[in-house]
Design a protein around this ligand. Structure first.
Ligand code: ATP
Ligand code: MG
Length: 687
């Protein structure tokens, strides 16, 4: 029995084990695990949490921050499995208690609702996603007369990007413009005014945008007594992928545990790929020196994920980085198969190659789910999606446009949000304009009536809708009143759908498939405890089709994964395809402005390559399609192999072109090397 107590840590190597057992029995000094891809960082973190629980830590007092909600759910599963080995059934109940697990943003939303009254926030706030935020920015822009005055004024998307950068970097607008948006530098004064008005609009409407969830939280933590109060609720705080946190996130973390005790962060500086969202790789590098006590540093150098040939190629790519990353990874997984560098003519051939290879691999027993296709940007998968559909290969796409981004789903969510928070102007405008006869000015007038009235329902009732809208208005007011007065979750959502469907049919031709989406949304909703939880979580981190809690149920069991490289972070597959490994794409045309940007693209390729366990295919089309920016437009360009795969590392790859040369020549097979003299034979027949 004595040895059984550590049974669950058996498979760990000594360094991993040291990280897991660090500070055993008490609250430990800060711990940093900094190590390369596939070295078991996330695994070690899961073991550490499980071990803490096994040793009696209260799971409700553990705060676990991951990069996505999916990662948090996976982590909890792993923790349970590990703990189960020594605790049996009890492990399940205990892991249930790990409720403080999620992304920084989701945890932030929860903290802010919890402490709302103490920090002067109305706890009924709703959360704007990026699109809502851009819409509000636009509204404010119009109100200030900034967009009409000069057509060169930055677009709503650019305005939001500038704002977001400044917030997340905690910097003034001038340096942000100079460094990242030089073409907008002339607008500094106007932008400042715009942002001030944007902040006021958010407050007046009781909405928070994504950045607010961190900003408000960080501001709250800037009050030492507040930070201490929140910090005292957790014995352990653990963070995965720490290299991609930004200044606000680091400030929050350090404020919660200024002594550093009970803090564990894990990451890989060679994989930092979010500086375009103001992530600071300095956070992880500075971590050891951020506390009164020095942090314990654990490095791991054995990779358990990839074969030696894949690892070798990946190490070469990162080895040529301008910065030195000192972790040289090794593996015991030997392979005879080098990663492939596949040259194809264009994106259509690329799609064919991938589809054919994926099917062939499935024949060999590699399930679709164990294969992934990685793309630099979400819109790069168009031709492939067409080809997969044509061949009936089911797939799921991560990153980029999601189910929840579609207009009809957003319409329905906006109704719920409006009911939750009637001051939310973006939601209100969206909802009211679903009805014929209501445009922006009518919607504004209705909002005005609501603001005047004691009760928002009353306000809507007294408002006189334009003639064309009158037949629709009472039903809308009824719906709103009902959603406000009694909460019946998740049937609220069905109630909204029934109201919405006539409008849906009028507005969209393909109402049937959209109807199916909405029914699916109801299924997803049934997994959430309340309307507020549903809205918060969905806005922050939309579920994708593979999360067990809320997947579209109509999907086949087995499907191929299509993912942006950014969304593939932390994951692994048996077989991986990297598309468009050409200059202009990796590195992206949009990211070759500064040396740092180019270097980030290199790390991105490194992240992509290190997702592969057994086989890796890097595809380079000779021609590819560029969705240009306004100035240059969409066009085909001739491309060359990504500069990150330099000539002297080509020997690390097996090179092939597709379709194979024989196929290219109209299907002519090589000449047979036998010869027969048929003329003589013919003559001989009559002899
Ligand atoms: P990334 O940097 O990509 O996030 P990581 O360092 O977090 O990678 P993990 O995902 O934790 O690495 O682990 C990579 C793979 O190695 C997983 O399949 C994991 O189960 C396996 N692994 C980790 N440690 C061990 C070990 N000691 N023995 C066997 N397999 C291990
Ligand atoms: Mg990981």
């Amino acid at each position: 029995p004595g040895s059984e107590a550590v049974d669950h840590l058996d498979r760990l190597n000594p360094a991993q084990r040291a990280a897991v057992e660090h500070g055993e029995g008490g609250i430990a000094e800060p711990l940093l695990v900094i190590a390369g891809a596939g070295s078991g960082k996330t695994d070690t973190l899961a073991h550490r949490v499980a071990h803490l629980i096994v040793k009696g830590a209260d799971p409700r007092r553990i705060l676990l921050m991951t990069f996505s909600r999916r990662a948090a759910a996976e982590m909890k599963n792993r923790v349970e499995r590990i703990a189960r080995r020594v605790m049996g059934e009890k492990a399940a109940t205990l892991t249930e208690g790990l409720t403080w697990a999620g992304t920084f943003h989701a945890i932030g939303a929860r903290v802010l609702r919890d402490y709302a009254l103490e920090i002067g926030l109305d706890p009924a706030f709703t959360i704007h996603d990026r699109e809502d935020s851009a819409d509000l920015m636009n509204l404010v822009r119009h109100e200030l007369g900034l967009s009409g005055a000069d057509s060169r004024f930055p677009t709503k998307g650019t305005c939001l990007a500038i704002y977001s950068r400044a917030v997340n970097m905690q910097a003034d607008i001038a340096p942000v413009l100079a460094r990242h948006f030089p073409w907008c530098a002339g607008w500094a004064e106007e932008l400042k005014r715009l942002f001030a008005a944007y902040v006021e609009a958010k407050q007046a409407q009781n909405v928070l945008d994504y950045d607010d969830l961190l900003l408000w939280w960080a501001q709250m933590c800037a009050e030492p007594s507040m930070a201490a109060h929140l910090g005292s609720r957790f014995d352990h705080i653990l963070v995965d992928e720490y290299q991609d946190t930004n200044r606000l996130q680091a400030a929050i973390l350090l404020a919660l545990k200024p002594e550093g005790r009970g803090l564990t962060v894990v990451g890989d500086d060679a994989q930092s790929i979010y500086s375009f969202r103001a992530a600071e790789v300095r956070n992880i590098l500075d971590f050891p020196r951020s506390f009164p006590v020095p942090a314990r540093i654990v490095t791991l150098d054995r990779n358990y994920r990839s074969t030696d040939t894949i690892l070798d190629a990946a190490n070469r790519v990162i080895g040529e980085a301008a910065e030195r990353f000192t972790k040289d990874l090794w593996t015991e997984r030997r392979s005879h198969e080098k990663p492939e560098l596949v040259s194809v003519r264009d994106e259509a051939d690329q799609a064919q190659f991938v589809a054919a290879s994926v099917l062939a691999a499935r024949e060999e027993g590699i399930a679709l789910k164990s294969q992934a296709v990685l793309i630099r940007a979400a819109h790069h998968s168009g031709p492939l999606e067409v080809e997969l559909t044509r061949r009936n290969i089911p797939f799921v796409k991560f990153g980029g446009l999601k189910f929840l981004d579609s207009a009809h789903v957003k319409d329905v969510l906006a109704v719920l949000r409006f009911a939750e928070n009637p001051k939310d102007r973006v939601a209100a405008f969206r909802v009211m304009q679903l009805m014929p006869g209501i445009g922006p000015s009518a919607a504004a007038a209705a909002m005005g009536a609501m603001a005047m009235a004691l009760d928002p329902v009353l306000g809507l009732q007294v408002y006189r809708a334009p003639a064309r809208a009158q037949e629709h208005w009472p039903a809308f007011v009824d719906l709103f009143a009902e959603l406000r007065s009694k909460r019946a979750w998740p049937s609220d959502l069905e109630r909204v759908r029934l109201w919405y469907e006539p409008h849906l049919e009028r507005r969209h031709e393909d109402a049937t498939s959209r109807h199916a989406d909405l029914v699916q949304l109801e299924q997803i909703a049934s997994g959430y405890a309340s309307r507020e939880r549903f809205l918060t979580e969905l806005t922050l981190d939309p579920p994708d089709a593979t999360s067990d809690e809320a997947g579209p149920p109509h999907l086949d069991e087995d499907y191929l994964i299509l993912s942006t490289i950014h969304s593939a972070k932390g994951q692994e597959w048996t077989k991986v395809f990297i598309l468009n490994a050409v200059d202009g794409c990796i590195p992206s045309d949009l990211a070759v402005g500064t040396k740092e940007e180019v270097e980030e693209e290199r790390r991105l390729l490194y992240v992509a390559m290190t997702r592969a366990r057994d086989s890796l295919h890097v595809v380079t089309p000779q021609r590819f399609f560029v969705h240009g920016q306004a100035a240059r437009g969409d066009r085909h360009v001739y491309a060359s192999r990504s500069r990150f795969i330099s000539a002297d590392m080509l020997d690390r790859f097996a090179r092939l072109s597709w379709p194979p040369p024989s196929g290219e020549a109209g299907g002519r097979a090589p000449r047979p090397d036998v010869q027969v003299d048929l003329k003589a034979r013919m003559r001989g027949m009559w002899r």
